[in-house]
Design a binder for this molecule. Structure first.
Ligand code: FAD
Length: 420
C-alpha cells in the first residue's frame, strides 16, 4: 500500500478549543506550513455538547453556551484558511515527531513535523475505574455520555436518576435532566466536600432542591436487565462504610461523574514524561513537554474547570511552537522544577525553562478547603522566597499566582505550600 508522506512545520492534534487557539495563534505568528488533525467530523471538541451557559465570561465578558463560544474560534480558524484533516485520527506518535494518521479523506499518511501540539482533550473515568460492585444492567452511563445522548442525539438516558460524583459535569447534568423532566433523586459524593465549582453547586443543585450527600458512596447497583436501584452508605472517618448506614434509593439510571483524565496514549507512545498528579505531560511555561518540539495544551495537559484558560493555554503553545519553527525562540535557562508541597494537589507548569518574561505564572489546585491561607514558595533549601495571601482555597478551583522572575532566577527547584 502506498503511504503518503508529508513534512510540515507544525501539526496540531485535536480540534477542540485548545487546538483551535493553538493553530490560530501559530498562523497569525506567520507559520504557513500547518495542519490540524481532528478525528471527529467537525471542529469544536467537547463544547458542542455543552449547551449550558457559563463559557466565555473571562475571555469575552459575556455568558455564552459552549457552541457559541467555540463557534467564534471556528470562524476565525476558517477565515485564516488553516488546513484541517477531519475524520482523521493520529494513531501513533514518536519522540522524533513522526506520526501516523488514518482517515477517510487522507487514507494513511505519515507526517513528520518540526513541532507538534497535543490538544486531544481528556476522557471520563468510567464505572470500572471507581469499582462499584453489582451486576451490569442497562442504565449506567458516564455523565458525559448521557450529556451527549441528551444534547446531541435528543435521547433521554432515564427518568429516575442518581448521580455519583459532584464534579462539574455531574452537577450540570443534574440540572439538565431535571429541566428535561427527569427526577434527580440524589448526588452522592465520597469526599467530605463537593467536587464542582460553587456556581454550579448553587445553580444546578440548590436552585432545583436536588440533595447532595457528602461522604457517601454507592455500594451496589441493583437490577438485572435495567437498573432498579442503588445502595448507598455513609463513610466513617476511617473511609469505610458505616455499618447500618446503608439504604436503597430506587432509580432507573445511574450517572457516573467520577472525574476526568488527560487523553494520554499518544503522549506515552512518544515517551513524554507524565506528572502523576495531573496525569498529563510535564510542561514548562510555554506548554512544551520534556520532548523538545512537543507541546501540550488544554485538557490533555491537565483538566481545566474553565474553557477560557484552555484557550489561553492553546495560545501559549501556538505562540511558542511558532517561535521555535521560525527561529525566534527566546534563550532557555537550566530547568527549574516546580513541585507541589503541603496542601497542593498539583502545580502547572512543572518546570520553568525560560526566564525571558518579567512574571511567571503558576496554576495551582489545592487539596483542601481552607480560608485565609498563605501560599508559600520555597526554594530547594526550604527557604520561603515569596508569599501570597488567599481568602479561600478549594480543590474544585484552580487558582493562578504570579511570580516576579527575579526571585526565581537563582533557584534550582521550587516547592509550593498552602498553610492555613
Ligand atoms: C461536560 C463538560 C462540561 C463543561 N462545562 C464547562 C463550563 O460550563 N464552563 C467552562 O468554562 N468550561 C466547561 N467545561 C470545560 C471545557 O469545556 C474543557 O476544559 C475544554 O472544552 C477542553 O478543551 P480541549 O480542546 O482541551 O479538549 P476537547 O474539547 O475535548 O477537544 C479535544 C479534541 O481532540 C480530538 N482528538 C482526540 N484524540 C485525537 C486523535 N488521536 N486524533 C485526532 N483527534 C483527536 C477529539 O475528537 C476532540 O475534538 C466542561 C467540560 C465538560 C467535559
Amino acid at each position: 500500500m502506498d503511504v503518503e508522506r508529508r513534512l510540515l512545520d507544525i501539526v496540531v492534534i485535536g480540534g477542540g478549543p485548545a487546538g483551535l487557539a493553538a493553530a490560530i495563534t501559530a498562523r497569525k505568528a506567520g507559520v504557513e506550513s500547518l495542519l490540524l488533525i481532528e478525528r471527529d467530523n467537525g471542529l469544536g471538541g467537547i463544547l458542542h455538547q455543552c449547551v449550558h451557559t457559563g463559557f466565555g465570561l473571562k475571555r469575552f465578558g459575556q455568558e455564552m453556551t459552549g457552541p457559541e463560544y467555540v463557534e467564534r474560534f471556528i470562524r476565525e480558524f476558517e477565515a485564516l484558511k488553516i488546513p484541517a484533516a477531519l475524520n482523521t485520527m493520529v494513531t501513533e506518535l514518536t519522540r522524533e515527531r513522526r506520526m501516523i494518521a488514518i482517515g477517510e479523506p487522507v487514507g494513511l499518511i505519515e507526517i513528520e513535523a518540526k513541532a507538534v501540539i497535543l490538544a486531544m482533550g481528556c476522557r471520563e473515568r468510567a464505572r470500572g475505574a471507581i469499582g462499584i460492585p453489582g451486576a451490569r444492567p442497562a442504565g449506567v452511563f458516564t455523565a458525559g455520555a448521557a450529556q451527549r445522548m441528551l444534547n446531541i442525539e435528543g435521547l433521554m438516558p432515564g427518568r429516575k436518576v442518581v448521580i455519583v460524583g459532584s464534579g462539574d459535569i455531574g452537577l450540570i447534568m443534574a440540572r439538565r435532566l431535571t429541566l428535561e423532566g427527569a427526577k434527580v433523586l440524589a448526588v452522592v459524593e465520597m469526599m467530605p466536600y463537593p467536587g464542582g465549582l460553587t456556581r454550579n453547586l448553587v445553580q444546578c443543585l440548590q436552585d432545583f432542591k436536588i440533595p447532595l450527600h457528602l461522604s457517601t458512596i454507592v455500594t451496589e447497583i441493583r437490577g438485572k436487565q435495567r437498573v432498579e436501584g442503588v445502595t448507598v452508605a455513609q463513610l466513617g472517618e476511617d473511609g469505610k462504610p458505616l455499618s447500618g448506614s446503608e439504604r436503597v434509593i430506587r432509580c432507573d439510571t445511574l450517572l457516573i461523574s467520577a472525574g476526568l483524565i488527560p487523553e494520554n496514549e499518544l503522549s506515552q507512545g512518544a515517551g513524554i514524561e507524565l506528572d502523576p498528579n495531573t496525569h498529563g505531560p510535564v510542561i514548562d511555561q510555554d506548554m512544551e513537554t520534556v520532548v523538545p518540539g512537543m507541546f501540550a495544551c488544554g485538557d490533555v495537559a491537565y483538566v481545566h474547570n474553565i474553557v477560557d484558560w484552555v484557550t489561553a493555554d492553546g495560545e501559549t503553545a501556538g505562540c511558542a511552537a511558532a517561535q521555535l519553527v521560525l527561529g525566534k525562540r527566546p534563550e532557555r535557562c537550566a530547568p527549574i522544577s516546580v513541585r507541589p508541597g503541603e496542601g497542593i494537589q498539583c502545580v502547572m507548569p512543572q518546570r520553568f525553562t525560560c526566564l525571558a518574561s518579567e512574571r511567571l505564572v503558576l496554576s495551582l489546585r489545592p487539596n483542601m478547603i481552607a480560608r485565609d491561607v498563605k501560599v508559600n514558595i520555597k526554594n530547594e533549601t526550604g527557604k520561603v522566597i515569596h508569599t501570597v495571601l488567599r481568602k479561600v482555597v478549594r480543590p474544585a478551583e484552580i487558582f493562578d499566582m504570579k511570580l516576579p522572575v527575579e526571585i526565581v532566577r537563582e533557584c534550582k527547584e521550587l516547592y509550593i505550600d498552602v498553610m492555613p
